[in-house]
Design a protein around this ligand. Structure first.
Ligand code: ADP
Ligand code: MG
Length: 641
C-alpha cells in the first residue's frame, strides 16, 4: 500500500489551475474582473498569438501596496472575503482568492502595482508558481499583470489549445460581454500589436451597443427597466420587429456578471409571447439586479454559473415586467409619432453595474414603482386571474358550427395567404367576423389622430394614413388579425370557457414527480376547465378539457406544462397553445389582402387599431404598419439636406 501524502502547494495550484484556467480567455476574464473589482475606469488588454504567448491587463484601479502584492498570487489570498458570513452576499466579481495563484502556477507571471498610499510601485515575478523576484518599480496608481507562455509547464493543457484565431475569438467574446456589462469603463483590446477594439467610456448602454454592434443593432433595441421587491432589471432588448434568426445576440448578466441561465432565458422568451415571429429570437443585453443575498455565486470555480434562491420570482418578474415594458414601448412608438423613443434607448444613463454593500440599487430613471409582489407559487397567475370558472363560452362564435370550424381549421400559415394577395373571397368563416363593418365594431369612434386622414387603399392591401408628421402604411390583413386576436383573447379570458367531455377519458401515466406536481396544482387545472382524477398509483383520467383544446394532443400538452412547472415553477405553455389557436382563428377571420375596403371600413379599422395596446405587430410578429416621417420624405425630395 502506498502511503498517503499531502501534495506540495505548487501541485495543488496546478490542479486548481485546471479548473480556473481553461484557456487564454479565462486568464483575461480573471484579470479583467480583478481590475473591475478594483474600480478601474480604464482596462487595456494586450494579447500576443491568441494569448498563448502573451496576455497583459493594465488598469487604473485602486492598486495594491507591497504587502498585498506579495500575497496576491498566493492561494486562497483575497481582500474580498473575510469569513463564511461573507459568502452569503458576494458583491464583488471575485472572492475565491485563487485566480492569480492558479494563473501564476501555469505561466511566467509578473504583477506590478501601486496604490495611493505607497511611495513606489512593487513588482513581483513568478515562474510556474515559484517566486523569482520582488522589488520596486516605476508605475502609476493601478495594476499591470503580464502572463507569458501560458501552460509552458503543463504540456498536456497546452496541446489542447486551439488555433490562434479561435483562442482570440474566445477572448473577444469575453471582452464584448464585459464591455456591455460596464459601459462606463474604457476597454481597449490589442492583438499582435493591432488595436482590435477601443471602447471609449459611455454613460449609455445604447452607445456601447452601438460601438460594438453598429447602428442598425442599436436602433433596433428599446431600453427597459423595472423592479419588484428584491429583483430588478435594466438594459436593452430588441423591439419585436428587430428579431434575430439565432440566439447569438443574447447577453445576460446578474449583478454585472455574465451568466447563462435557462430559467431567466425562458422568462425572456415568455415576455415576447405573441410579439415574435416563429423561429425568431430576441436580441438582448439585460442586467438583472438581484439582492446578492439571493444569489449563490459559489457554484463553479470559473463563476460562470449562479444559483438563485428564488428562481420563480426572478422568472415571473422578467416574464411579466419585460412583457409590459415591450408593450409600453410599442405603444409609445405608436402614439408618440414613431421614432420618438428611439434616441432614449441610447440616452439612458447606466446605473452602476455592481450593487455595493448587499443593497440592490434600483433608483433607475424609469423604474416602475415596486408593486405588491405577485410572485409566486401559483403556477399560472395569468390564466388563473383571468379565467372564470363560468361554464359559458360565448367567445369566438356562439354557433356550434363556429366551434367546429375552430376545431377543424388546419390553416395554412398566414404568409401563404399573403403570397396570393388577390384571392379575395376566401371567407369560409363568416361567423368569425369576416368583414370589418364599421357599425359592428364596438368603440370604433373615429379618432382624430389617425383615422381622420385615411387617404385610401393601395393595391387593395395597404391603407395609406396621413398623420401630423408621418405617412403611415397599414397592412390591412395584419392589422385586422391583431384586432381580432385581441378581441377573441379578451372574450375568451373574460367570459370563461366551455368545456368538452371526452366519451372515453384519456389515461395519463405519470412519473412520481409529475404525479406530485399534478396533484399540487389540481385546483388550478380544474379552474381552467380540466377534470382530472386519480386512477390508481400515479395514473390519472382526464375526463374533460377546455373546448378550445379539443382535437389537440392534450396528453402532450399536460406533460409539457408539468415539465415547465418542474423547471420554472410556472408554465406559460397552456396560454401559448391557446394563443396559437386564437391566432389561427384571427387569421382566418381577418380581411385578406386583395379585398376592397370602403372609406368607412378603412377608418373603422384604423380607429380600432389605434385603441389597442399592441398594434405594431400581428400575432405572428409581422409588422402591422410602417411609417415614413415627413422629414424622410423631405430629404428624399431634397427639400432639406
Ligand atoms: P479574488 O479576486 O478572488 O480575490 P485573485 O487571486 O483574483 O482572487 O486576486 C487576489 C487579490 O489580489 C484580490 O483579492 C485583490 O485584493 C488583489 N488584486 C488582484 N488583482 C488586482 C488589481 N488589478 N487591482 C487591485 N487589486 C488586485
Ligand atoms: Mg479575482
Amino acid at each position: 500500500m502506498p502511503k498517503i501524502q499531502l501534495l506540495p502547494e505548487r501541485v495543488i495550484n496546478i490542479i486548481a489551475a485546471g479548473e480556473v484556467v481553461e484557456r487564454p480567455a479565462s486568464v483575461v476574464k480573471e484579470l479583467v474582473e480583478n481590475a473591475l473589482d478594483a474600480e478601474a475606469r480604464q482596462i487595456f488588454i494586450t494579447v500576443g498569438n491568441g494569448g498563448r504567448d502573451l496576455i497583459t491587463v493594465l488598469d487604473n484601479g485602486a492598486g495594491m501596496d507591497e504587502e498585498d502584492v506579495r500575497h496576491a498570487a498566493q492561494r486562497h489570498a483575497t481582500s474580498k472575503l473575510r469569513d463564511e458570513q461573507g459568502l452569503e452576499a458576494i458583491g464583488s466579481l471575485g472572492f475565491r482568492g485563487e485566480a492569480l495563484a492558479s494563473i501564476a502556477a501555469v505561466s511566467r507571471f509578473e504583477l506590478i502595482s501601486c496604490n495611493d498610499e505607497s511611495a513606489s510601485a512593487v513588482r513581483i515575478a513568478l515562474e510556474g508558481g515559484r517566486e523569482q523576484s520582488v522589488g520596486k518599480a516605476g508605475f502609476p496608481r493601478g495594476t499591470k499583470v503580464t502572463v507569458e507562455d501560458l501552460f509552458f509547464n503543463t504540456p498536456a493543457r497546452r496541446k489542447f489549445l486551439r488555433s490562434t484565431s479561435t483562442e482570440f475569438q474566445h477572448i473577444q467574446t469575453f471582452v464584448t460581454q464585459v464591455a456591455l456589462a460596464h459601459p462606463r469603463v474604457h476597454f481597449r483590446l490589442t492583438h499582435n500589436r493591432k488595436v482590435v477594439s477601443n471602447l471609449t467610456p459611455s454613460e449609455f448602454l445604447g452607445e456601447r451597443a452601438y460601438q460594438l454592434f453598429g447602428e442598425e443593432f442599436a436602433e433596433g433595441m428599446v431600453a427597459v427597466a423595472a423592479a419588484e421587491g428584491t429583483v430588478g432589471f435594466d438594459g436593452l432588448v430588441s423591439s419585436p420587429s428587430y428579431s434575430k434568426s439565432s440566439r447569438r445576440w443574447q447577453y445576460l448578466f446578474i449583478n454585472g456578471r455574465p451568466i447563462r441561465n435557462v430559467g431567466v432565458n425562458h422568462g425572456i422568451y415568455q415576455a415576447y409571447r405573441t410579439l415574435l415571429m416563429k423561429d425568431r429570437h430576441p436580441a438582448y443585453v439585460l442586467n438583472l439586479r438581484i439582492d446578492p443575498r439571493e444569489v449563490d455565486v459559489n457554484v463553479h470555480p470559473a463563476k460562470s454559473e449562479v444559483r438563485l434562491r428564488n428562481p420563480q420570482l426572478v422568472h415571473t418578474v422578467v416574464a411579466d415586467k419585460l412583457h409590459k415594458a415591450l408593450l409600453d414601448s410599442s405603444r409609445r412608438r405608436a402614439f408618440a409619432g414613431g421614432q420618438a423613443d428611439r434616441p432614449s434607448a441610447a440616452r439612458r444613463p447606466m446605473p452602476d453595474a455592481a450593487p455595493a454593500d448587499g443593497q440592490v440599487e434600483l433608483a433607475l430613471t424609469d423604474a416602475q414603482p415596486a408593486g405588491p409582489s405577485t410572485a409566486g407559487f401559483l403556477p399560472m397567475p395569468r390564466a388563473q386571474e383571468l379565467w372564470s370558472a363560468s361554464a359559458t363560452y360565448p367567445a369566438v362564435s356562439d354557433s356550434p358550427s363556429g366551434a367546429a370550424a375552430v376545431r377543424d381549421s388546419e390553416v395554412p400559415a398566414s404568409s401563404a395567404l399573403l403570397d396570393n394577395p388577390f384571392q379575395g373571397e376566401g371567407f369560409h368563416f363568416q361567423p368569425l367576423s369576416g368583414r370589418v363593418d364599421a357599425a359592428l365594431i364596438p368603440g370604433a369612434v373615429p379618432d382624430t389622430s389617425w383615422s381622420s386622414a385615411v387617404l385610401g387603399q393601395l393595391h387593395r392591401t395597404y391603407l395609406l394614413v396621413q398623420r401630423k408628421e408621418q405617412l403611415v402604411i397599414v397592412d390591412q390583413h395584419a392589422a385586422h388579425e391583431r384586432i381580432l386576436f385581441e378581441q377573441f383573447r379578451k372574450q375568451f379570458y373574460e367570459s370563461g370557457l366551455v368545456t368538452e367531455r371526452y366519451l372515453l377519458p384519456l389515461t395519463l401515466e405519470l412519473s412520481a414527480q409529475n404525479a406530485l406536481l399534478l396533484e399540487q396544482y389540481l385546483p388550478q387545472w380544474n379552474k381552467m376547465g380540466f377534470e382530472i382524477e386519480p386512477f390508481g398509483k400515479s395514473s390519472y383520467l382526464v375526463r374533460q378539457v377546455p373546448a378550445l383544446l379539443s382535437g389537440k394532443d392534450v396528453k402532450q400538452l399536460i406533460l409539457e406544462v408539468l415539465d415547465e412547472l418542474a423547471l420554472f415553477g410556472q408554465s406559460g405553455k397552456l396560454e401559448e397553445v391557446i394563443n396559437e389557436i386564437l391566432e389561427r382563428v384571427a387569421c382566418h377571420g381577418a380581411i385578406r389582402a386583395g379585398m376592397h375596403l370602403s372609406q368607412e371600413e378603412m377608418e373603422a379599422l384604423v380607429a380600432q387599431l389605434e385603441q389597442l395596446d399592441i398594434n405594431l405587430y400581428c400575432p405572428h410578429g409581422r409588422p402591422v404598419w410602417v411609417e415614413f416621417s415627413l422629414r424622410e420624405l423631405e430629404k428624399r425630395f431634397k427639400r432639406i439636406v
